[in-house]
Design a protein around this ligand. Structure first.
Ligand code: FES
Length: 318
């Protein structure tokens, strides 16, 4: 590991709901690269040979450390349990980033943040930024119960505590998130941000869009996704090398090309981080990711090689 991207775990707090809040500082003592609200970092986990993405929940004005919140999820592919096991104070990690695919529109007149479970993490950085800017905003934070609501003590003692509304599944119906009541009226300068489990996101996004919120004003960040790799076989030709491979059902472009010695960098392998974006010269793409926007999909000139498929034959610019 080079010192430039090596970070040390400087603090760790066990919060409610099996969530560890972990702070990283640069090992070299160099300046922390700045970030904007909504950004994430990539963390390499050598034990399981995985890169995992975690949204930053620290204040974008913070210059000493990055903070993330990690839910220990035994049903995940092993990333979160590895972080919980390995990220003890003093441990060193290779980090990449920060990068921001979920930027905050700081010009909005009204902003509504909707976080489901651990999906609240980027919303916390956004709330801090919006408060610093003196903006009109509300943070709706949905969890199963008060007892598993990480960050609650910090939010309750923050200067914007009056802007945080909790919704607990185990409480009365009128206390739970009610989109008919809690979403603002659509307006060109009103922006919504949503992050959480897929079902929560699908519900919020489809309701907001059917209520008349412009798609471009409903910002979303998927932290994991169920990837559907099913479908017919198709061919991929690599224009530079001239190699052509057949991608079978359940296989991926990235894995099939790796066997031929053509490496496409992958990180999340779930179509959410954008690391594996590859240019497409021709062919019909069957997008399976959550990363590209509708407009980018319509352009038809790039795909996520970790999960997306093709119909017939695709020619890639690699
Ligand atoms: S590796 Fe993350 S989108 Fe493909």
């Amino acid at each position: 590991m080079t010192d430039a991207n090596t970070y040390t775990v400087s603090d760790r707090f066990e919060d409610r709901g099996d969530i560890a809040r972990i702070r990283f500082t640069p090992k070299s003592g160099s300046k922390l690269p700045p970030f904007t609200a909504g950004a994430h970092i990539d963390i390499y986990l050598p034990d399981v040979d995985m890169w995992r993405q975690y949204s930053l929940c620290s204040d974008p004005a913070e210059t000493g450390f990055y903070e993330i919140g990690v839910l220990k999820d035994p049903n995940s592919r092993g990333g979160s349990t590895a972080v919980h096991r390995l990220a003890v104070e003093g441990a060193e990690f290779k980090l990449d980033g920060p990068r921001n695919h979920f930027p905050l529109d700081e010009t909005a007149a009204r902003t509504v943040l909707l976080g489901g479970g651990i999906g609240v993490t980027p919303m916390i950085a956004m709330a801090k930024r919006l408060h610093a800017l003196g903006k009109d905003f509300t943070l709706h934070y949905c969890t199963r119960s008060d007892a598993v609501t990480a960050f609650k003590d910090a939010l309750d003692s923050s200067e914007f505590a009056d802007k945080v509304v909790y919704h607990f599944d185990d409480q009365d119906a009128d206390q739970r998130l009610d989109l008919a009541r809690d979403l603002p009226a659509p307006a060109s300068d009103t922006h919504l941000y949503v992050c959480g489990p897929q079902g929560f996101m699908d519900w919020v996004i489809s309701t907001a869009e059917s209520d008349g919120h412009a798609r471009a004003n409903v910002h979303r960040e998927y932290f994991s996704a169920d990837v559907d790799l099913s479908g017919d076989s198709f061919e991929v030709e690599c224009a530079e090398s001239g190699i052509t491979v057949t991608i079978g059902p359940k296989d991926t472009i990235a894995k099939a090309l790796a066997k031929e010695g053509i490496k496409i960098e992958v990180k999340c392998e779930e179509g959410v981080c954008g690391t594996c974006i590859t240019d497409v010269l021709s062919g019909e793409i069957d997008h399976r990711d959550q990363f590209l926007t509708e407009e980018e999909r319509e352009d038809g000139d790039q795909l996520c090689a970790c999960c997306s498929r093709g119909k017939g034959k695709l020619v890639l610019d690699i």
